[in-house]
Design a protein around this ligand. Sequence first.
Ligand code: SF4
Ligand code: SF4
Length: 338
Amino acid sequence: MKVLPIPKPISGGIFLSYKCNSACRHCMYACSPRWSADWISEKALEKILTQLAPSIQGSLSGPDRIGINYGLHFTGGEPFLNFTLLLKATKLAQELGIPSTFVETNCFWCKNEQITREKLQQLKNAGLNGILISVNPFILEEIPFERTRRAIQIAQEIFGKNVIIYQDTFYRIFEILKLQTNLLFENYLELAADSLQYVELIPMGRVPYTLGDLFQKYPAKHFFGCSCREELTRAWHIHVDNYGNYISGYCGGISLGNAENLAQLLEGIELENHPILNAIVTDLQNLYEIAVNNFEYEEVAQGYISKCHLCVDIRRHITQCTKEFQELSPREFYQHLK
Ligand code: SF4
Ligand code: SF4
C-alpha cells in the first residue's frame, strides 16, 4: 500500500475560524462573513498546540523574533473577531514555550487609538511576539486605510521590529496616494494600475474565480503531468483549521487528516483510502480523469490560470456531486469560492 509520508511541521498557523469580516478577492481559504461562525474549541486548541509545540522552530534571529515561515501564527479568517479566544490561544502558546508567535490581521477592528493600543498591549502582555498586518489593494476594498496605518504605527511602538507589513510596497504606495478610506479595486486601478506588478498573488483559492481575468489561461492538458507531492508534504508553514483539518501550505479545502491526532497523521497517509489525494500527488491528469469519468466534470472552456485553478475547480465540482471523499474538507470551503 502506498503511504504518503508527512514530515513533522516546523512552522505553521492555526485558523481560529474561517469567518472573516471581509471576503477578499484574493483569499486563498475562501474566508468570508458568510462562513459559519465556528471557532476552534479551547480543548482542541490545547490538544493541537501541545502536539505541535515540540517541533515548531523559531526565527533564525531568535525565539522572540518573528518571520512568515517561522514559529506559529494565529490566523483565519479574522482572529480579532474573537479576541477572547485569540488571547487564550496566545497564553496557551506562551505556556507551551512555542517560539516566534504572531497574529495575522486585516485591521478592521482598529477603529481608534485606544482600542488598537489596548488590544495589542494585552496580546503582548500575554506573550505574543509580533503581528503581521495585511496591506494590499484587495484588503483596501473593505478596510479603510486609516485603520491599517493606525495599526502599523501602534504595533511598531508595542512590538518594535516584530511587525511584518505584508506587503510593505503597498503600504508605501497607499501613503503616497494619501489614502484614508477604503477603495474599490476598480477605482484603485484608475489611480495606480502599474502597482499591480508588485502584488504577490498566489493563483489559488478564490483568485481564479474573482481575478482570473488578470491572468493568461491554459487548457487542462497544459497541467497534466504535474504532481503536488512536494506541496503536500512540506514541513513549513502548514495550517490547522478550526475543525482540526491539517492543511499543507496554502492548499485550502484539502485535509491531510486530523491534527488532534498528529502522531497518527505523522505515520503517513494510506493513499488507497484517499483517492483524491492519491491522484493529486501522482498526476493532476488522474484527478481530471476521475472527475470526468465519474462525476461528469466539464473542462472550463476559457481555460485555467494555474494548476491550482484546475485542481480547485475539479475538487469543487466533486464536492457538489458526493460527500464521499474525506480529504475534501472542510466542505464549506467549496461553497465560498465565488
Ligand atoms: S484574505 Fe484575510 S482578510 Fe481577506 S477574506 Fe481572507 S482571511 Fe479575510
Ligand atoms: S494544485 Fe492543488 S494540491 Fe497542488 S498546490 Fe495547487 S491547490 Fe495544492
